[in-house]
Write a protein that binds this ligand. Sequence first.
Ligand code: 8YV
Length: 313
Amino acid sequence: EILVLAASPSAAVMAQLEHAFHCHHLWRQPCEAQPEWLAGVAGRIRGVLTTGAIGIGPALLEQLPRLEIVAVNGIGVDAVALDATRARGIFVTNTPGVLTEDVADLALTLLLSAARRLPALERHVRSGAWEHGMPLAPTRALRGKVCGVFGFGRIGQAVAARAAAFEMRTRYFQPRPVDGVAVKRCATLLELARASDYLVVCAPGGAGTRHAVDAAVLAALGPEGTLVNIARGSLVDQEALVAALRDGTLGMAALDVFDNEPHVPAALRELENVVLTPHVGSLTVETRHAMGQLVLDNLLAHFGGRPLLTPVA
Ligand code: 8YV
């Protein structure tokens, strides 16, 4: 029996999942009814289906004594209590590879929207300001500018390839150098921020990268600089970010992810120099279908006694 924590796979995948397993949908229960409902099924649960953003914490894991596998419909496993799963020998799978292009596309969408001030241009037309002959300040061209990529895995490399197509210069930082790539590595994140006009955060979340983009990094990016984040809110010191955007020590931010989602503080929502999207990097029909299929195939492999397709080490 499988515990489904959120309704993230496509309907077609959900139907296959329902066909293969006895599914219990926690997300269908009203919040206040969830503890009692869960207590009724917890003892029979052998698999959990969750998302990258929701993961599974130690308290819920403890309630599931027969749990064998956590299948994450996403690439990030920072919200999974990996110490606890490891200690109990519970398998964890994720969905690498299938979401790379769409997440990188959203990174460039955000970068371009910030560069050309898309939200302000939209408001200009919608409000009738254009008709009233209100002037618009020109923005800066992308070509020749430096796109710094923090985290140079699959998604980071796909972002760099797209930035290069816009004739941007590219640099990256991550602790471990990547072999066989033409993009130059900076020795530190601070150095990358100093060198960059746009800093795109693509690194994994979790304790090791928490608040890596701090006040010093934002200051190094500077008043003409733009921060783009499609990874996890935890990588950025959000309070320092709001302060830097408000004081103009950072030019702009384009964000798909936040601390404590779906709550976005009013101080951030009210700023003019931000572009905000609600954690939708992988939210296309094609990618959500491919992710869901991989989740399903991992569950089928596990319960069919076959090797997992994409286990998390
Ligand atoms: C979604 C993600 O949050 O892949 C990830 O790590 O954050 C996203 O794709 C989610 O996991 C979709 O179910």
